[in-house]
Write a protein that binds this ligand. Structure first.
Ligand SMILES: Cc1cc2nc3c(=O)[nH]c(=O)nc-3n(C[C@H](O)[C@H](O)[C@H](O)COP(=O)(O)OP(=O)(O)OC[C@H]3O[C@@H](n4cnc5c(N)ncnc54)[C@H](O)[C@@H]3O)c2cc1C
Length: 152
């Protein structure tokens, strides 16, 4: 059965694949990296240094993308274990260890303005009764939850 459009005309079937122009050039390579931002170029350089032939394919211009706009430089994402021991963070005293837990130091840090020490981390449930009272439960209701072992 043939599908008909609104005007009773046969509907044009959707294309089975996107039509692309015939390639104008051919290149043999070990790796193709798509995109010439910091991610693509970093991968490309590392692969090149390990001896592979790398081809970077990018959209329109090599400097298109977000990387050229990052005026503060690109800050790599470090995990919570790496971050406190990274040399940059150590030099800038970005973290303080309090009660054995690294805490972000207050920011921004000005040379002439003393900043408070970060508060120590709370233990699980440490302020639970206060929090429930802040949320509107009465003192007796909270005490009842503690008595019933709902709140430990
Ligand atoms: C205004 C602005 C300020 C920023 N400031 C900071 C900062 O101070 N510090 C910080 O850490 N980060 C900053 N960022 C974020 C940072 O720029 C991005 O996280 C980072 O550049 C992303 O890098 P990328 O390589 O993943 O992507 P991009 O740099 O965007 O690269 C993507 C690449 O893929 C190409 N591409 C896209 N589509 C196709 C396609 N279909 N085919 C082929 N190629 C394609 C693009 O042309 C481009 O070359 C900022 C971003 C913006 C926009």
């Amino acid at each position: 059965m043939e599908a008909l459009g609104d005007a009773g005309q046969p509907r044009c079937p959707p294309p089975r694949r996107l039509a692309a122009p015939e390639p104008g050039w051919v290149e043999s390579t070990d790796v193709v990296v798509v995109g010439s931002g910091i991610a693509g170029l970093t991968v490309a350089l590392n692969l090149r240094e390990s001896g592979l032939h790398v081809t970077v394919v990018t959209k329109v211009n090599i400097a298109d993308g977000s990387t050229r706009w990052a005026q503060g430089g690109i800050a790599p994402v470090l995990d919570p274990i790496e971050a406190p021991s990274h040399p940059h963070n150590v030099a800038r005293a970005t973290f303080r260890e309090i009660r054995g837990v690294p805490q972000p130091a207050p920011a921004p840090r000005f040379s002439g303005t003393p900043l408070p020490e970060p508060a120590p981390p709370e233990h699980a449930g440490e302020r639970a009764t206060h929090v429930l009272e802040e949320w509107g439960l009465s003192h007796d209701e909270v005490a009842g939850l503690v008595d019933a072992d709902v709140l430990v």
